[in-house]
Write a protein that binds this ligand. Sequence first.
Ligand code: SAM
Length: 288
Amino acid sequence: MKNTCLEVLNQAVEKLRSEGVDRPRTNAELLLGAVLNVPKIELYLDRNLILTSQQIEKYSYFIQERISGRPLQYIIGSTEFYGLEFKVNESVLIPRPETETLVEEMIERLKNHPSPKIIDIGTGSGAIAISLAKNLNSAYIFATDISADALNVAKDNARMNKAEDQIEFLFGDLFEPLQNRQLEGKIDCVVSNPPYLSQEEFDHLPKDVRDYEPVVALKSGQEGISFHKRIIEGAVDFLKRDGILSLEMGLGQARQVAAFLEEFDKFKHVEIKKDLGGIERIVIAIKT
Ligand SMILES: C[S@@+](CC[C@H](N)C(=O)[O-])C[C@H]1O[C@@H](n2cnc3c(N)ncnc32)[C@H](O)[C@@H]1O
């Protein structure tokens, strides 16, 4: 590799492009920014900066990792979600922009509530729970996950974003860690972005998702919406009357989840919301 900032960057862009990596310049900029610990703009302002051999070595390693398919966010170790920074590693799903739609909807509906109590099932990196806590100052959130490693990342993220006093992170299956807490009938909102891929959908995922993101975060049972059904059944006991249930799901699942809710007959005002890409992504319902 050549050794001024701009030379190294341009060379990496060409390498990523020749290896067929999507958005080669953005990847090259973000990876070099991470090595030098500077924002993108400084890469161009400091274009003649001579990189040390350690910096070049680290950057070459990052570029190689990216070429082999490892997601950019895992290489850098962080990502942005709802305007906040989150640490991420291979134990957590990389939070997706479409999940911001769910967060935005819940903030809008709960912003005038004096002290909403919320449950986030399958919190992963804590993206939903922490974004809600930061935007609803008097909210208290119970966040569960079946992965102890994911919960460790979520706790770090809560500390990093100064939301740890508003969130309790609990290990276990769906609502199980909330049993014996006397929370039945006291919760204002249950949110979840559960795993929703069938085995067949999982097998057809792009390599950088299938080989790197946690299987436990992606794969549902035979049926993509089996977690949604279990969460709907569990939420009934915890939600107050008029409490809100909000679930995220994959392409083509919203109508099935809405139909299950209608048939279940314990919720009213079932609504489907689209994400910014126009995909029916969230189902919201109110406990009767
Ligand atoms: C699709 S990820 C969502 C992560 C995060 N909420 C987000 O939106 O970025 C699903 C999460 O559910 C967790 N999970 C899977 N099965 C679970 C279960 N039975 N009980 C609780 N959490 C579970 C996974 O570990 C993973 O963190």
